[in-house]
Design a protein. Structure first.
Length: 418
């Protein structure tokens, strides 16, 4: 019980006793002495009561702050115990899910329908400290699986923001009106008339499904043990990340793919500038100036650039100042805020001479240049028939995603870089 509550109850008892004693016409000496003692105790309790309220107010604030963050902390702790190995065994052998894995799967099923076993996005994170279990008598020691190589994530480095949507769609209203200020032309004249404030919606829609299929042989299941969990997680993570990066920039908007920045540039109003020349700092500088004049950036340090490795090869070999050895690449890297090279997010060079494209983005007012939406969790489904004769395990991971931009002035595309 709180000290303030205990003191308040005691004060109530003292008041009740005093009311009985004060009602007597001729109190005895003992009753008079009792009234004096209770009066002193009452005054002392008033001071203690105020002190208790001050102390407990701080405790309430700390407890309230703890309650606000406790749910996210508890979810992260439970998520750290999610085991992909249990999911694989449940699909392969029908084993019941238990522990934290069972709790998470039950929670996800209660929020949405899944044909297979729902796997949360956090389960694909790369966890440190997980190795292949040892101790089983075996003349051959099996080392951890060496995974495939995937292209590094480009969307995040170019300023994109991941948005997880439970159900439905998400729209981002973007102001498009040109509201201007104007001075009154005379003492009694009116200021500039009102302009309509208009917006355009940038929706994220759950219309595009990405699938990753994995065929795990019986030998792999028996040979790798618990190390298979890390390998499967990293493999799925790499495959989804690589396909997502490519869709963000090169998505065609047809055949199930979301609309990427290149395909949606004209519809979204993104500026496309044809260079039709070898890459130089001067060509990129003019686009940086366009960012600054469009109020999207305050300087070249706010701009990010995405290029093909071949562009770096050309610029690094182009000596700008023979005396100092400074190349066009040195001038570019010294000015821009960040440069990312990718062969996955940009199309291969084509034509004669071979030409490629580049993308420039900036984050203005804390708003990212584009959004990548994901819906719910990853739906992991097992095919129980295709590999039944060989005792293998075939898994399909389904994810729903979409891409949209924020303001068109925060992205610019350069084409024809030779």
């Amino acid at each position: 019980m709180l000290d303030s509550v205990k003191i308040a109850r005691r004060q109530s008892e003292i008041r009740q006793t005093l009311s009985e004693l004060v009602g007597k016409d001729k109190p005895s000496e003992d009753e008079t002495r009792q009234m004096e003692e209770m009066d002193r105790e009452y005054r002392s309790n008033e001071t203690r009561y105020r002190a208790a309220l001050i102390a407990e107010d701080q405790e309430r604030r700390e407890a309230g702050a703890d309650l606000e963050t406790r749910s996210s902390r508890e979810w992260a702790e439970v998520m750290a115990g999610f085991e992909m190995r249990q999911v694989a065994l449940a699909l392969d052998e029908g084993r019941a899910l238990d522990g934290k894995t069972g709790e998470i799967v039950t929670e996800l099923r209660s929020r949405g329908g899944y044909r297979g076993v729902p796997v949360p996005w956090e389960a694909l994170e790369i966890r440190a400290g997980e190795t292949v279990a040892s101790g089983t008598p075996d003349p051959i020691r099996t080392a951890p699986i060496i995974e495939r190589l995937f292209a590094g994530s480009v969307a995040a480095r170019m300023g994109g923001q991941m948005v997880n949507v439970g159900v439905g769609e998400v729209e981002y209203p973007v102001a498009t009106s040109s509201v201007t200020a104007g001075w009154a032309t005379s003492e009694t004249g009116n200021v500039t008339g009102p302009s309509a404030y208009t917006t355009v919606d940038r929706p994220l829609k759950p219309d595009h499904n990405l699938g990753v299929q994995m065929r795990i042989t019986r030998k792999t299941l028996k040979q790798s043990g618990s190390g298979l969990e890390q390998a499967v997680r990293r493999d799925m993570n790499g495959a989804i990340e690589e396909a997502l990066d490519r869709a963000v920039f090169l998505g065609s908007g047809s055949a199930g793919e979301p609309t990427g920045l290149f395909a949606g540039a004209s519809g979204w109003g993104i500026n496309e500038q044809a260079v039709t020349a070898a890459p130089t700092w001067g060509a990129f500088r003019s686009e940086v100036v366009s960012f600054i004049t469009g109020n999207a950036a305050s300087g070249p340090g706010d701009v990010r650039l995405l290029i093909r490795p071949e562009v770096w090869d050309t610029m690094d070999a182009d000596i700008w100042d023979a005396g100092s050895g400074i190349t066009e690449w040195d001038r570019l890297t010294a000015a821009l805020g960040g440069i990312t090279m990718s062969h996955n997010a940009l199309a291969d060079p084509t034509g004669d001479p071979a030409a490629t494209s580049a993308v420039l983005t900036t984050t203005a007012g804390g708003v990212p240049p584009f959004f990548v939406g994901t819906w719910g969790a990853i739906d992991l489904i097992r095919d129980p028939y295709s590999d039944a004769q060989s005792g293998g395990l075939r898994l399909t991971a389904l994810a729903t995603m979409d891409v949209t931009i924020s303001r068109a002035v925060q992205t610019r595309i350069l084409t024809g870089i030779q």
